[in-house]
Design a binder for this molecule. Structure first.
Ligand SMILES: Nc1ncnc2c1ncn2[C@@H]1O[C@H](COP(=O)(O)OP(=O)(O)OP(=O)(O)O)[C@@H](O)[C@H]1O
Ligand SMILES: [Mg+2]
Length: 434
């Protein structure tokens, strides 16, 4: 099944390369029995991934169950998962099957796996390794054939270092890691998702969908979305109910975004808002702060576009490099396959042994506006250093592309996956000899 059909079938919106990659891995791994570990911040859509994997697998007609390990009290989780015998603890008046027994032949989704108590982790590891388990209060070994998909928004590797998560279980679960990118790493998808949610809402309530004016769109994209798609969806529904205007401007939109977060990653927008509160969003206001803000916006969006161009370009390069082995074949852990991955996979969440991977090592870029002249109290030291090497890489790639195409900008731009205009600007900017 191709990516677009998967997106249509599961209602997934977005074209970000890292999201596409995650979907591709999910589709490839679906028809195996390998354990999958889905990582990503809260609200990025991890649960949908578990459903995709189950529904594209040969187990699709067998049961699927999602268990939130963080929501079950420590005292009962073993019994919930593996069952118990009568009298095995005070309230155990009957024998009871656990989820692994009831889901036999199907898939179990263990959400918030980082919250699983250590004792339960030991039982789970045994289940994964041998397919065997024991009900609480029993000594009889039972067997079940259950595919395990786990998800976490925590850094599991860090938890292993703190002794809160078993290292052996971590590696066992991590056979196929899938990292679902944060919304702020998928800038192009933010407005697409917003449109989807307001349109869904308007269809449900037979009204006209609200729209955002240009400035509001920019604000929407600049907001860091710590609660990711879930937060965006809630906001889109809230604004659909509460907004009295059908075309919403930035000032109105900002009322629906928590102020504390607006300040975090939107220094330029925040300072613009402070220097010209409320009225600065009035289009007819031609004050100097307004002009300044427009320049800052422009700078911001140019930077964003550049960073996305580079992301796209590197992603394509990585895909080319990975041709032939860009997907796991069978049971071998991906890390041992020289798996080509986009940058966002090489995180602390995903300890890919660097020497095993044939991907270019380059600094992570979230697409955020990291290079600012106006650094008002911001410590940008680290980002600036990282960006420099990204610039070096970019310069090198542009030079190579120009050489390859004998100075033909159109062809070079095409190969680099950027517009001719952007290429022209970069040639000037980096003073590249053609
Ligand atoms: N790409 C997407 N397209 C459309 N809807 C999405 C997308 N990603 C997530 N959603 C929606 O966002 C909401 C949050 O997703 P989900 O519950 O899967 O997040 P999660 O990663 O499991 O979060 P948590 O760690 O808090 O459990 C859901 O309503 C889901 O349908
Ligand atoms: Mg979830």
């Amino acid at each position: 099944m191709d990516l677009q059909s998967i997106k249509n079938r599961f209602g997934i919106i977005g074209n970000d390369p890292a999201l596409n990659y995650a979907l591709q891995v999910a589709a490839q791994v679906a028809n195996t029995d390998l354990s999958v570990l889905i990582m990503g911040e809260s609200g990025v859509g991890k649960e949908i991934f578990s459903q995709i994997i189950h529904n594209l697998s040969s187990r699709k007609h067998n049961p699927f169950i999602a268990v939130n390990c963080g929501a079950i009290p420590e005292g009962t989780i073993d019994s919930e998962l593996f069952g118990h015998e009568k009298g095995s603890f005070t309230s155990a008046s009957d024998q009871r099957k656990g989820y692994f027994e009831t889901v036999n032949g199907g898939t179990i989704f263990l959400d918030e796996i980082g919250e699983m108590p250590l004792g339960t982790q030991a039982r789970l590891l045994r289940m994964l390794e041998t397919g065997e388990f024991i009900r609480v209060g029993s000594s009889k070994v039972l067997k079940a054939d259950v595919r395990v998909i786990a998800a976490t928004n925590k850094d599991l590797l860090k938890l292993t270092q703190e002794g809160k998560f078993r290292e052996d279980l971590y590696y066992r679960l991590n056979t196929v890691p899938i990292r679902v990118p944060a919304l702020r790493e998928r800038l192009e998808d933010i407005y697409l998702l917003f449109r989807k949610f307001v349109i869904d809402f308007s269809e449900r309530y037979k009204s006209n969908p609200i729209q955002l004016d240009e400035e509001a769109k920019q604000l929407l994209v600049a907001y860091p979305w710590p609660g990711n798609v879930r937060e965006l969806k809630n906001m889109a529904e809230q604004i659909s109910v509460l907004s009295t205007d059908k075309i919403v401007n930035a000032e109105k939109l900002s009322n629906f975004l928590p102020k504390a977060n607006q300040g975090n990653r939107m220094p330029m927008l925040a300072s613009a808002m402070e220097s010209a509160p409320v009225k600065s969003y009035n289009a007819s206001d031609a004050s100097s702060s307004n002009t300044e803000r427009e320049i800052l916006y422009k700078l911001f969006f140019d930077l964003r576009k550049d960073s996305n161009d580079i992301k796209q370009l590197l992603f394509e390069l990585l895909q080319q490099q990975g041709t032939g082995n860009s997907m796991p074949k069978t049971n071998a852990p991906i890390a041992a396959e020289g798996f080509a991955m986009p940058h966002s996979y090489a995180t602390a969440n995903n300890p890919m042994p660097a020497q095993e991977n044939n991907y270019v090592n380059y600094p992570a870029s979230s697409g955020a506006p990291v290079i600012l002249n106006n650094t008002d109290g911001l410590d940008l030291h680290e980002e600036v250093e990282e960006s420099l090497s990204l610039i070096d890489k970019e310069r090198e790639l542009i030079t190579k592309a120009l050489q390859k195409h004998k100075g033909k900008r159109k062809d070079a731009a095409h190969e680099l996956g950027i517009s001719e205009r952007t290429l022209y600007r970069k040639i000037k900017e980096y003073d590249i000899d053609e």
